[in-house]
Ligand binder design. Sequence first.
Ligand code: URP
Ligand code: ZN
Ligand code: ZN
Length: 473
Amino acid sequence: MQKMIKNGYIYAGTEGYQADILIEDEKIKCIGKNIPTEVLKEKENVIDADGCYILPGAVDVHTHMDLDVGIARAVDDFYEGTVAAVCGGTTSIVDHMAFGPAGVPLHYQFEVYKKLAEGKAVIDYGFHGTAQHVNDRILSELETMAADGIPSVKIYLTYGFKLNDAESLQILKKMKEINGITAFHCENHDVIEFLKQKYKSEGKTAPVYHAKSRPNLTEAEAVSRVLKLAQMAGDAPVYIVHLSCKESLEAVREARKKGQKNIFVETCPQYLLLTEECYEREDGLKYIMSPPLRTREDCEALWEGLMDGSIQVVATDHCPFRYGKEKQMGKEDFTACPNGAPGVEERLMLLYSEGVEKGRIPMSRLVEVLCTNPAKIYGLYPQKGILQPGADADLVILDPKAQGILTHEKMHGAADYTAYEGMKIHGRIRQVFSRGQELVRENQFMGKKGSGHFLPRKPYCASLFAHALLDKK
Ligand code: URP
Ligand code: ZN
Ligand code: ZN
């Protein structure tokens, strides 16, 4: 099957330029100016994208579909969650697998997740491993997980199965040895637990105390510690998930300035756009997530970090619970509220509207942080994250002139709210293609349940970043 997208403004890892894209079966065959439509066997397969931007399908390397957090389960399974993702312009996800029963090997959760995703996901998907304890078996399994297409593992420094520094160091060393990358949820568990108990004992149980019990420095301390551990492991590749505040960013810049290599940083739209004032609202439970929302000053510091290259990725940490149901568990006590919020569908719209349209980042940077960098860091490049011959024909046609209002009514996930209700949005996603198939047209999902493939990912490749922005700041 062939298709041609004509006259779009193409963002393929560079400044945009007007050209045509020829798709053959699941791949991009060629990109060029004025490709004659005569090359098409079926003439009707021409899509006019005049006045629109064409960008690679976005890659979200931080989602939690169907996540079991013990007290509740994230309400998007791999079908609903990936329909929401693709309607928002995301054509690949790398999902963080949940903790399993105590003591299980890494492959145990991999088997569980294969079953959760197979036959449901509508876009291509991979998984990150989750280390919940460390022993010789786990360390050697990191190697077999990588061979099975999972060259990344996440460590939580808080929550039930948190790892200590010695355990984290062993994982970092092993991951470096096998060209893997270790992702960290950075928060100082002991201090947070102390503050949570203190507020509770004083009867301070409203949502705002979720934020007060997790101040900026509890994150920044953990970020600094993790960076030192990575340095001790010989500049092991390290990826900080959902970085949310200026002090953490300073710690990253400091480490890079001293010459530490292989540091990657992710933030999320909620930390760029929303502030702790949300917790004072009547529906403040909607915003209980960890780390919590911060101040406007933190948001501005993160935008600056995106622009100057300190931050490489904007992912979502999509972890949806219903306000009308699961979130109400925290009504009397914020510590009983499941942590997390929906966001997989909103990411591209928000970054285009609030980032590009408002002049905070250029379009080429949007493509880097949503598409190309996550694909490079996590072993999906150049199959994903770029528009070039040979890449999967995953692409988004975006009309930059359209305007609308972001509202839950028009969204596709199973949560009962969006954290951005009523926000004015510039730009509209007109069509989304995944491996050459049109999956979305004008906000309508047109694909088939289960059409997504498991993505075995390649090892971490430092040379992809040889001349990149990563060590600039
Ligand atoms: O509150 C959050 N972020 N929930 C999802 C799990 C995590 O910490 O990433
Ligand atoms: Zn986390
Ligand atoms: Zn997460």
